[in-house]
Design a protein around this ligand. Structure first.
Ligand SMILES: [Zn+2]
Length: 249
């Protein structure tokens, strides 16, 4: 079974569902830690490119997924999953209310997740060397940042695991290319002193530029009826769903 998809950047091609060999890969925790699992799933299940969009595909060659934007990679993985196991995705959530903490199962239809295409401005910025300009609202300085590719994502996973300064500053530092009037060696110091309002504004800018699948979803606790926002869990169960009727794990 195969189907044609168009990713947020306009990258289009034919995908197939997962086979046993990818299932074996998903069970391999060492490969998952090295970040190579998704790479192999994408290369294996992407059968052909019909529109390379922003990317260069050599004549007779294959698309290099490590250079593909994270928004496109995630979209493609989502479609591969839906083609393999269907659009329904069930996962377990724990209620965020301190007085409740109920654990419940939430099911959504993957087709209902909104997808934001990459804007024309973003496409132009990518073509001009992946450099996006924004301004810190409080500080007033200009900041240039980049959109993450597959290779960046693998690097980020490693750096974030080892991060001593916490996730936020590390996540910012990974994507900021340049800060107006700040030399590279002072970048970290600048981020340490940056107002949180500016940090939050930057993260919003990253999100806006990234486009792709909206992964924050609202769920309602069946016990206290509290509505809360959670991030779509993108882990083992996404590609290896439990068979119906089982509730363990
Ligand atoms: Zn609750």
């Amino acid at each position: 079974m195969s189907t044609n998809i168009v990713c947020p950047s306009g990258l289009a091609g034919e995908i197939r569902g997962l086979k046993g060999k990818e299932g074996k890969l998903l069970a391999d925790r060492a490969a998952a830690r090295a970040g190579s699992t998704f790479e192999k799933i994408l290369s294996g299940c992407w059968l052909s490119t019909t529109d390379a969009a922003l990317y260069e595909v050599p004549e007779g060659g294959a698309l290099n997924w490590s250079k593909v934007l994270v928004a496109d990679r995630f979209y493609a993985l989502l479609q591969i999953r839906a083609l393999t196991f269907g659009d329904e995705y069930a996962f377990s959530v724990q209620c965020q209310s301190a007085s409740c903490r109920e654990r419940f199962e939430w099911t959504l239809n993957l087709k209902d997740l909104p997808v934001r295409p990459l804007s024309d401005a973003a496409k132009a910025a990518i073509k001009a060397g992946n450099r996006f300009e924004t301004k810190l609202p409080r500080d007033g300085r200009k900041v240039w940042f980049r959109l993450m590719t597959g290779a960046d994502e693998v690097r980020a996973a490693t750096v974030l695991r080892a991060a001593k300064d916490g996730m936020l500053l590390t996540a910012l530092a990974l994507r900021i290319v340049e800060i107006e009037g700040v030399v590279e060696t002072d970048k970290r110091k600048f981020l340490d002193e940056m107002e949180m309002a500016d940090a939050a504004a930057l993260l919003d800018q990253f999100d806006d530029a990234d486009g792709g699948v909206e992964t924050s979803i609202e769920v309602e606790c069946p016990s206290c009826m509290g509505v809360q926002e959670v991030q779509l869990p993108f882990e083992r169960g996404f590609f290896l769903p439990r068979s119906k009727g089982r509730t363990d794990g």
